[in-house]
Write a protein that binds this ligand. Structure first.
Ligand code: ZN
Length: 308
């Protein structure tokens, strides 16, 4: 588990995307054809996402990488590398050594990279550059491949996301649309809010333990709010919509929203899907940052480590 750090999550996420993923990309077009590649690459991607959010290894990594706006799984990134590598080979001048070697390999043996890489693309329903993309630029083909992989991943991830319902169904909370972690870098946001976005993201992913039984972690069906000690049926909903401890913060945050739904579930969904640039975003992020700090203090005071 990673303890809170002073770096902001949006920048950290971009750093991993740019540097770590960029480093892995070297030679990935070759490793991708190995039968063991998919579970290893997906597991690595999931581990980074969970680690970045400070989540236990057994948590739902699909939810974590969607929260971080990593829309392509580890293997999907490798498939993209394969498709683009093949496109570059197709685009080499005719008669060149590498292109001829690639073309000869495409005739066999079936276990060689030219054949197995094509089979890999077919299994992901990704067109090869040779499949009617002549005349299209490399960048245009890259956009087609990326979009198709995004579609495949979104479809595959749907089931894993649907099974996650704390604090809300993740399908309702996180869609293909704009996401706070990306949008926040396009608007003028305070450093405090950028840092608090880690708490915000962890809250949306259901990683904060907000209830207890006698000051202890418990699996009991009836638990108490850690802030007030009274019964809390659905802890996340209770803290944001009802808990009197947070009346002052709630009033400040809610007054920035117009036409908030009356039903608690819908109200929670609206509050947790507010985007940077919208009125109320800063207040909500600040509030959840304070909730997270108080939660950490509660578990520290009760001698619970690691702190949930
Ligand atoms: Zn409470």
């Amino acid at each position: 588990m990673v303890e809170p750090f002073p770096f902001c999550l949006p920048n950290r996420s971009l750093l991993i995307e740019g540097k770590v993923n960029g480093t892995l990309a070297f030679g990935r077009w070759l490793h991708a054809i190995d039968e063991e590649a998919a579970p290893i690459l997906d597991r690595l991607c999931g581990e980074w996402a969970l680690n970045l959010l400070g989540a236990a290894p057994w948590r739902n990594c699909t939810v974590a990488w969607w929260e971080l706006v990593w829309r392509l799984s580890g293997m999907a990134r490798a498939v993209k590398d394969v498709a683009l590598r093949r496109a570059k080979l197709w685009l080499l001048p005719e008669g060149g050594f590498y292109r001829d070697f690639f073309l000869r390999g495409s005739q066999g043996p079936p276990s060689g990279w030219p054949c197995t890489s094509l089979l890999l693309l077919r299994s992901w329903h990704i067109p090869d550059f040779f499949d009617g993309f002549w005349g299209m630029s490399y960048n245009a083909y890259k956009r087609v491949v990326t979009q198709r992989l995004l579609d495949v991943c979104a479809h595959r991830d749907m089931q894993a996301k649907a099974g996650h319902y704390i604090p809300l169904s993740h399908l309702a909370l996180c869609s293909d649309g704009p996401c706070a972690l990306v949008e926040v870098l396009r608007v003028n946001t305070s450093w405090g809010n950028l840092v608090a976005l880690r708490s915000w993201t962890r809250f949306r992913a259901g990683l904060l333990l907000l209830s207890c039984k006698g000051g202890r972690r418990s699996r009991a069906s009836v638990q108490c709010c850690i802030f007030r000690g009274a019964f809390a049926g659905a802890p996340y909903q209770h803290v944001i919509v009802y808990c009197p401890v947070w009346d002052e913060y709630r009033t400040k945050a809610v007054e920035a929203f117009r036409n908030l739904p009356v039903r608690a579930v819908e109200r929670l969904q609206r509050l947790l899907t507010v985007l940077p640039g919208e009125e109320g975003f800063s207040k909500m992020v600040e509030w959840i940052g304070v909730i997270d700090t108080s939660r950490r203090q509660f578990w520290r005071d009760h001698g619970v480590t690691p702190i949930f």
